[in-house]
Design a protein around this ligand. Structure first.
Ligand code: IMP
Length: 188
């Protein structure tokens, strides 16, 4: 299976879900080292754009995903701007600091992660969505995971994704939920 991503954190999480039944290839495995454009303006659109880019350029069936953090009190921002919320450096520390600063003194800390997987097969695209609801913590908690994991408390948890073992995050995460739908579709 070719995953049109060079994000090692995402590749690791999806590999863990697949187990040893399949070999998951990332973009580096097909000698694609370029940064794929993500300019569509929506999470769905970016997932489709990434998968189609690789399909068009390499002629390979593949899937891609795009993920956004949507914070209710911030009118669902950062959303499609999640990666570069605090600037082009895509620095997770700066991104988390910006969200925490914007929520400072706000009572409503409800947020969700949303992943859309786009699967391209012979030029046709299908999408699969996964959502996990939760809250933004008052401060960073934990060292595991990546991105915004230290400030996201999934569901009713007081522990953040960054305080969970990989299998605990994979049991409930946005990415896992989207990927399980995709696996059901593939009947694997
Ligand atoms: P993209 O989908 O690669 O554009 O990533 C969007 C942003 O969301 C990046 O800043 C990622 O670090 C962050 N992100 C994606 N998935 C997760 C996750 O599972 N936990 C925390 N942050 C994530």
């Amino acid at each position: 299976m070719l995953f049109a991503s060079s994000n090692q954190n995402k590749i690791r999480e999806i590999s863990e879900m697949l187990g040893d039944r399949f070999q998951l290839l990332g973009l580096e495995d097909v000698q694609c080292y370029e940064e794929i454009p993500e300019t569509s303006g929506t999470i769905e659109g970016n997932a489709i754009q990434k998968a189609m880019y690789v399909y068009d350029k390499y002629g390979l069936d593949c899937f891609a995903e795009d993920t956004g953090l949507e914070v209710k009190a911030l009118d669902m921002r950062p959303g499609v701007y999640t990666a570069r919320y605090a600037g082009e450096a895509k620095d997770p520390e700066a991104n988390m600091a910006k969200v925490l600063a914007e929520l400072s003194g706000r009572g409503d800390r409800m947020a969700r992660f949303r992943t859309v997987i786009a699967y391209v097969k012979k030029g046709e695209v299908m999408t699969f969505e996964g959502i996990v609801e939760g809250n933004i913590a008052l401060a960073k908690q934990g060292e595991k995971g990546f991105g915004y994991d230290p400030i996201f408390l999934p569901e009713q948890n007081q522990r953040s994704f960054a305080q969970m073992e990989p299998h605990e995050k994979n049991a409930i995460s946005h990415r896992a939920r989207a990927f399980r739908k995709f696996m059901e579709f593939l009947k694997i």
